[in-house]
Design a protein around this ligand. Structure first.
Ligand SMILES: *Cc1c(COP(=O)(O)O)cnc(C)c1O
Length: 381
């Protein structure tokens, strides 16, 4: 018996919508499926506008272009995140500073952000790790004293998660989403840029449309379109938007199922946590989790590494991440400062992710739980 780490889950109408998009003929970006998916995201989050992009990485690059960031500017990113959170800024010549995470939510630590602030800082990127809001109260306390600094939410994990009753992705000037096949809602490769400031809408569409005012032309606001600004080809194909729409229309079902998978792991493991010296994910009272993943913090890196092997032997594909960015080769290359991020180092060594996907069956999950308890117990002997 093998339980894979991730399996794409289909809501039902994906292939019908994709066939329809192909048959109808509008297969490039901004077609009817893109419009429907963007509208659904915009209405369900309440943001000013949503632009579907080819990836979350692209959406982060767009936010960097929107802020006109370049050499001389600094962006603060968490060390414990996926490469894209930092890469999207580094590739435009921006200096990076890596902030440590705080150990409760594994989100960026506002106290360290405060230490890293100076006049060159133009943006801070927050990640809502595993779909749980980072310490936004703490972050806003720091940012309220720094008006020139934009908050960008890399919300690749957190669509439909909440913080004090408000949706993740509605706090920053920009927020980004991922629809990569490993995320909660998928279309193969895809993403979105969420705009929370209506003043950004017009320019964002120019950057999105290869630097042209094509949208103003289509809306009838100008009689021809031409090159106006920087930009690139950021738009998601309507074929993929059709795939995505099928998923988003079933958001309640998908999120409900994922939240049950997370709750079942937590219920099964909580009674053993003290005995096995495990730390389980903590969802603060004021946060509603988007249930992106389930992780366990093992007592040591040795225990984590041997648990990964033990699980493999029992047919369970568990994984780990992230190799902290502050000590990576590129992280050092793109940063003007080298300082320790001890929490990121510690968490990165001890974190183990259990198989987690929308259609994970109870019997497969029971097998994972049984195998995990077995290997975790043998580690503490
Ligand atoms: C997956 C992920 C990304 C990148 O998403 P793509 O759509 O693959 O570009 C960025 N940031 C975080 C935190 C992610 O988990």
């Amino acid at each position: 018996m093998t339980v894979r780490f991730n399996l794409p889950t289909f809501a039902g109408p994906e292939l019908d919508y994709i066939s329809d998009a192909v048959r109808t003929g509008h297969t490039s970006s901004s077609g009817p499926y893109s419009q429907a998916a963007a509208k659904l995201l915009q209405e369900s989050t309440g943001v000013a506008d949503v632009l579907l992009t080819t990836s979350c990485t692209d959406a982060l690059e767009m936010s960097s272009l929107m802020l006109d960031l370049g050499p001389g500017d600094t962006v603060i990113v968490p060390s414990f995140t996926f490469t894209s959170t930092a890469l999207a800024f580094a590739r435009q010549g921006v200096n990076l500073r890596f902030a440590d995470i705080e150990p409760r939510t594994l989100g960026i630590d506002p106290a360290h952000v405060k230490d890293l602030m100076d006049d060159s800082v133009k943006a801070v990127v927050a990640v809502h790790y595993a779909g749980v809001g980072c310490d936004l109260d703490g972050l806003f306390e720091v940012l309220d004293d720094a008006e020139q600094v934009a908050l960008i939410e890399d919300n690749a994990h957190g669509l439909y998660g909440t913080y004090r009753g408000r949706q993740l992705g509605t706090f920053g000037r920009f927020a980004t989403l991922s629809f990569h096949e490993t995320k909660n809602f998928i279309c193969g490769e895809g993403g979105a840029l969420l705009l929370n400031d209506a003043a950004d809408v017009d320019r964002a569409h120019v950057l999105y449309d290869k630097g042209t005012n094509r949208r103003a032309f289509l809306l009838g606001d100008v009689d021809k379109y031409s090159w106006k600004d920087t930009g690139s080809s950021f738009g998601l194909s309507d074929i993929l938007a059709a795939f995505l729409l099928a998923q988003l229309e079933h958001a309640d079902d998908i999120q409900g199922r994922r939240s049950r998978v997370a709750a079942r792991y937590q219920e099964a493991l909580v009674a053993h946590a003290d005995r096995l010296r495990l730390q389980l994910p903590h969802v603060p009272e004021h946060c509603g989790s988007a249930s992106h993943m389930y992780y366990v913090l093992m007592p040591s890196q040795a225990a984590r590494d041997s648990a990964l092997v033990g699980l493999r032997e029992r047919g369970v594909h568990a994984t780990f991440h992230y190799v902290p960015l502050h000590s990576s080769d590129a992280g050092r290359m793109f940063s003007d400062r080298s300082h320790p991020c001890p929490v990121a180092d510690d968490i990165s060594g001890r974190l183990l992710r259990l198989p987690f996907y929308t259609s994970l069956s109870e019997s497969d999950q029971d097998h994972v739980i049984e195998a995990f308890l077995e290997v975790a117990a043998s580690d503490t002997l």
